[in-house]
Each structure stands twice: as C-alpha cells, then as structure tokens.
Design a protein around this ligand. Structure first.
Ligand code: GSH
Length: 443
C-alpha cells in the first residue's frame, strides 16, 4: 500500500506496535538507559530515590554525561530534572533560583545540593561506594585525572584556535597525538580494556565525555581518525560499546560536530582533503556506506562498533510520530515551505524510512520541499531523539526523499548556526509533552 499512495499519519502509526503508555513508562524507568526517562528505578520502589540529577534537555552536556553514566552503572535510583542550556534557549528560572550561575550538572543527595561534576561523583562514591576497584580520590587515580585534563587542553588548542596555519596545525596535532599515546600507555598498564583493568571504573567515566567528543570533532574538523590512530582507545571504546548504559548516552559525529562550536567558542577545520571528505560524509552521507579512504574490507567504523539494537527505522519512526506536529511547525517556520507540502514530504520520507533502502518506496515529496526535509535531517540529535543507528536510517530516508523533490532536489536546508543552537530550543517540545500528559490525565 505504501508503494502507491502517500500514507496518512494513521497508516504510518499502524506500522508500529506502539506499547501502552504505562508499559512505555515502565520501560523508561526500569529498562535500558535512555535519554527520555525522568525517573530511573532499576526494579526498585520510588520510595528508594535519594538522588535528583539536574541535567540538560539536550542530553549533550559532557559533565552531565559522566554523572548520568555513573548512576546508571551503579543502578542507583534517581529522578531527572531537565534544564535548558544557555545556547539552546531560555534557562528555567526555577533552576537559576536553585543554582544561581545556571551551570549543569547539579545533584541533590538526600536533599543536599552539590555542583561540579567531580565533587558530585566524590559525594556519590562516599554515599554508595565507588564504581569499580578505586574511587576518584584514590591517589592512584589522581594522575589519570590529570592526564585527562592535559589531553582535553591539547584537543582544545588544536580544535579551537582560529587560523593555525599548516605548521601550527602539525604542532597541535603532534601534541594531541603524544597525549593520546600517553592515554593509551595508561590503558596498557593493566590487563583488560579499561583504565583500572577489566572492570569499568569511575575514572573511565571521567574520560568518556571528551574522548567521545574528540573522536567526533577531530573527524569532522581535522579528518583525524582517533580510533584508527589509537588502537587502545579503539579497544576501550569497543568495550564501552558492549554496555547498554554507554549506548544509552552515546552521541554521534553529526550531533557533536554541530553542537560543539557554540559551546567551545568556535571549532576550526584544517582544510585537508581527508578533512573535507569526512565532513562531507558526516553532513551529507551516505551514512551507511564505508567511510572515505577506509578500505571496505576490515573497515573500522570510526563512529561506533555497536550493532543496531532493535529495528532502527521503527525506532526513528516512533520518535518522529511522537513529536510530528511540533516538528512540522519547526520545518515550516524555518523554511517558509507551505504546511501542506511539508506534511506530505515528511509522510513520504517516513514511508521511505520503513521501506528501507529500496528506491522510490512511496510517492515522492511535493515540489519545493527538499529544504524542509534537509532542515530535519540536520537537526536529529543523538541520543536525545534516538540512537545513532536510528538517526542514520532517518537521515538516509530524509535525504533520499529530498533528492526526489520534482522541482529543486538539491536545494540545501537552512544553515546550522555557529554562535548558538536556538534552532534546537526544547521549549515547544516540552510544552507539547506537557499538554499531552494533561490530556491523558483528563481522559
Ligand atoms: N566544572 C564544571 C563544568 C560544568 C560546565 O561547564 N557546564 C556547562 C555545560 S557543559 C554549563 O552548564 N554551562 C551553562 C549552560 O550552558 O547553560 C563541572 O565539572 O561540573
């Protein structure tokens, strides 16, 4: 049916075996790590909750990711309150009353407010015991914490200094390479893939957020394949990617590449051929093909070793359907394409998504809608919206559909801003979700 007529929204919803809202909420609370939960119980009763984590709506903040992962790994029941980061929109006044500078993360433990991510982990370790063999304050771990900061500084210097020039690019890359090699040497000190041995520890979580952001940003802005250049870092990532906790918080190259510039005050491309090819691949796809310059056989996917979890296309469809009215509003407002046309274009893309890579799986989009489809393609945020593989499937379907625009198939979407990401303001989504739950309660 989808092949011959453009499906309606009900037809698309019928493609999903949507769980009962109560079952969905139960899975969010007790099931695998996910960005949507506001309460995590791990099979325990709500009365056991001693912790409130304040983290960003966007599921992007690196310092929040550390705490998020720690609580998930230790399976400590906790409540989540989501806050808007400055560059995405208006900070909630209730939060600035609680934490005057508005900085994230913050955590309440038995009613005591703690800020600064390392202090938070230390307090959690004191209350619940460390994750892994040694806590963050153990003298044996302090030198690793210092190494993480040195690596961070070398990365910032390379990525965020404008107009480096060829010689300084080389110097910065070499300095980064030396510190990444020192990190590999630290990993090599113990048996197993993690810093303290075969067991994941708090110190691994200290390294997670920025190593993940380094992999993404250096691929996009420098054409530097972190995991290929540093096999022990690759092994460490692969071990993390065996864990559902990490997979639930893991972002992707596209999200990081475009969220970092406003956070870091600018990220600067080296302009090499490899850099240009990789940036193009991250932005324009094809997202399921081997990476440029990678031998197709034994190719390491520089983004992840994780295989798709369930059905990525249906995961993406479910997430789009949940927010369809708000997404359509955004696509219209950002591109000026008429609402009816955007509505048809998105339905065409979703039919394509479900049909998989088969070409022309449904009637094509209305003329002139390519920029609206590309607007959405460029704004899928991982893991906030869906996982990495679902995002790849959705980007692929949106791009394939845009290319079938009968009027102007190659018109790009609106440019992604570099100074802020208010195009990602969570406010309309939060408002729609609040209205939905009010309607459900009234029903
Ligand atoms: N040293 C702090 C740094 C925290 C930090 O820089 N947080 C940023 C987000 S990554 C923040 O909240 N900025 C305010 C905002 O963006 O709204 C920590 O470790 O917790």
């Amino acid at each position: 049916m989808l092949r011959h007529v453009l499906p309606g929204w009900d037809d698309l919803a019928a493609q999903l075996a949507l769980p009962d809202p109560e079952v969905l909420e139960h899975t969010r609370r007790h099931g695998p790590t996910n960005a949507q939960a506001t309460l995590r119980l791990f099979g325990q009763d709500e009365a056991h909750v001693r912790v409130v984590l304040y983290r960003d709506h966007h599921a992007w903040c690196p310092y929040c990711q550390k705490i998020w992962l720690w609580l998930e790994e230790r399976r400590i029941p906790y409540r989540i309150r989501k806050v808007t980061m400055f560059c995405y929109g208006q900070k909630e006044p209730w939060y600035t009353r609680l934490v005057p500078g508005g900085m994230l993360p913050a955590l309440e433990l038995d009613g005591r407010l703690i800020t600064e991510s390392d202090r938070i982990i230390e307090a959690l370790e004191a209350a619940f015991g460390p994750l892994g063999p040694l806590g963050l304050v153990d003298p044996a771990v302090l030198s690793l914490r210092q190494l993480e900061r040195l690596l961070f500084r070398a990365w910032c210097q390379w990525l965020c200094t404008p107009r480096l020039g060829a010689a300084a690019e080389d110097q910065c890359r070499d300095q980064f390479r030396r510190l990444a090699a020192a990190t590999e040497a630290a990993l090599d000190q113990t048996p197993g893939s993690f810093f303290l041995g075969p067991e994941l520890a708090g110190i691994d979580l200290v390294f997670v957020p920025y190593l993940e952001r380094m992999g993404a940003s250096l691929a996009y802005y420098k054409g530097y394949a972190l995991r290929r250049e540093h096999p022990l870092l690759h092994r460490w990532f692969c071990a993390l990617e065996q864990r559902p906790t990490y997979l639930g918080t893991q972002s992707d190259f596209h999200t990081h590449a475009h969220d970092l510039p406003p956070q870091m005050g600018g990220c600067y491309a080296s302009g090499t051929a490899q850099q240009g090819q990789w940036a193009y691949r991250i932005d324009q796809g094809p997202w399921d093909a081997p990476w440029p310059g990678e031998p197709p056989q034994d190719a390491v996917d520089p983004e992840t070793s994780a295989q798709p979890q369930a059905d990525p296309a249906r995961q993406a469809l479910a997430r789009v359907l949940r927010h369809a009215p708000t997404l359509l509003g955004r696509m219209v407002a950002a591109t000026g394409v008429p609402p009816d046309a955007v509505d048809g274009a998105l339905r065409s893309a979703l039919a394509q998504l479900i049909a998989g890579p088969a070409p022309a799986a449904a009637p094509g989009p209305p003329p002139g809608t390519a920029p609206a489809l590309r607007y959405l393609r460029d704004r899928i945020s991982v893991p906030r919206d869906m996982d990495l593989h679902a995002a790849r499937a959705l980007r692929t379907a949106l791009e394939a559909t845009a290319r079938r625009d009968p009027a102007a198939p190659m018109v790009p979407g609106p440019v992604l801003p570099l100074q802020h990401r208010r195009d990602q303001d969570p406010a309309p989504f939060v408002k729609a979700a609040t209205n939905r739950s009010a309607t459900n309660r009234a029903a």
